[in-house]
Design a protein around this ligand. Structure first.
Ligand code: KG4
Ligand code: ZN
Length: 321
């Protein structure tokens, strides 16, 4: 059963074919947003329109297919205009080929992405940290997912990008802050490890604390600010993850999202003693193989969606009993 996956929820135009294994995987990043210092939703949607046809043709060509057995597509959450491009395109393909359509929650794609390279072992805790999302999930099995906590405001990657901007560093800020942090002193700037009253992350609060520090006359060096900020983000993520592990008794952890590239985070997660799996980076950042894989799992369970399915900017991921 070969499933064509389509992903356009943010600034990656992606298409892939997944059967028993990944048969093709095309992900084109939209570089244009760098000059604006962040993703511009309207531009992202227009770029997807320009590229989606070619991305799908390339994915089918690389897989040696003319018609897959089903089409799986991200239907949310994400930038609504961007999501709509992929969803409408997928509907057209599914209708034209007369094959099933599966509308996939982007976060389910991230959570299941570890299954592209190794068999998934349930239950596990999923830590998704990207420019758009930060959450910890308890995954009992395919179709059985519970959100344990998420961010009340900014995602971790978004906070990285905003702090980088305050420091005059280029977009995307995560990789630059990560590199500078390695040369800084994390004890130099005292920063909070903020959580909301209902136990959710608040990276916006952390970002504001950095801004307040930068307004001081005796501000620390850029490297020290980066190191202090990064240490606070890592403490929030690892601390909450360990608490989730103690509360659930689950020690297996799967990491996903672009912030998974962070060297400090990877090292800190491995030091927790939990059984942490970090999939290859190309599986952690937005891609269509993870969408095809999650859709294929649902298809194998007998699920499919009507062509009337709608795009959703917000779509909490709690499914199953
Ligand atoms: O998953 P992703 O590619 O796209 C989204 O769905 O958002 O994640 C992109 C985010 C950006 O905010 C970027 O700054 C961040 O991941 N990022 C990093 C690192 N590499 C990318 N954040 C921290 N450290 C890194 N090394
Ligand atoms: Zn994502």
């Amino acid at each position: 059963m070969d499933v064509l996956g389509i992903e356009t929820s943010c600034d990656e135009t992606a298409a892939a074919v997944v059967g028993e294994r990944v048969r093709s995987d095309v992900a084109w990043s939209q570089e244009i947003h760098a000059e604006y210092g962040g993703v511009v939703p309207e531009i992202a949607a227009r770029e997807h329109v320009d590229r989606i046809g070619a991305a799908v043709r390339r994915a089918l060509g690389d897989a040696g297919l003319t018609r897959p057995d089903a089409v799986a597509v991200t239907a949310g959450p994400g930038l609504i205009g961007a999501v709509l491009v992929g969803l409408c395109y997928a509907k057209g393909l599914a209708a034209g080929w007369d094959v099933p359509l599966i509308a996939v929650n982007h976060l389910e794609g991230h959570l299941m992405s570890g299954g592209l390279d190794a068999p998934l072992v349930f239950p596990f805790l999923g830590l998704v940290v990207s420019g758009g999302h930060t959450a910890i999930y308890l995954v009992h099995g395919p179709g059985h997912i519970r959100t344990l906590t998420s961010t009340a405001d900014d995602a971790a990657g978004e906070a990285y990008d905003k702090v980088a901007k305050m420091l005059g560093l280029p977009y995307p800020g995560g990789p630059v802050v990560d590199r500078l942090a390695a040369a800084g002193d994390a004890s130099r700037v005292p920063l909070p490890r903020p959580f909301t009253a209902d136990d959710r992350f608040s990276f916006s609060g952390l970002k504001s604390a950095v801004r307040n520090h930068l307004q001081r006359a005796d501000r620390a060096s850029t490297e020290d600010v980066c190191a202090s900020f990064q240490a606070a983000v890592i403490d929030c993520l690892c601390g909450r993850l360990m608490r989730a592990s103690r509360a659930t008794g689950v020690r297996r952890v799967m990491l996903g999202g672009g912030v998974a590239a962070n060297r400090g985070l990877r090292a800190a997660l491995l030091a927790t003693g939990l059984e942490v799996t970090v999939p290859p980076l190309a599986r952690c950042t937005d891609n269509a193989a993870m969408i095809a894989f999650a859709g294929r799992q649902r298809l194998l369970r007998g699920e499919r969606d009507p062509l009337s399915v709608t795009a959703r900017a917000v779509w909490p991921l709690d499914v199953g009993p």
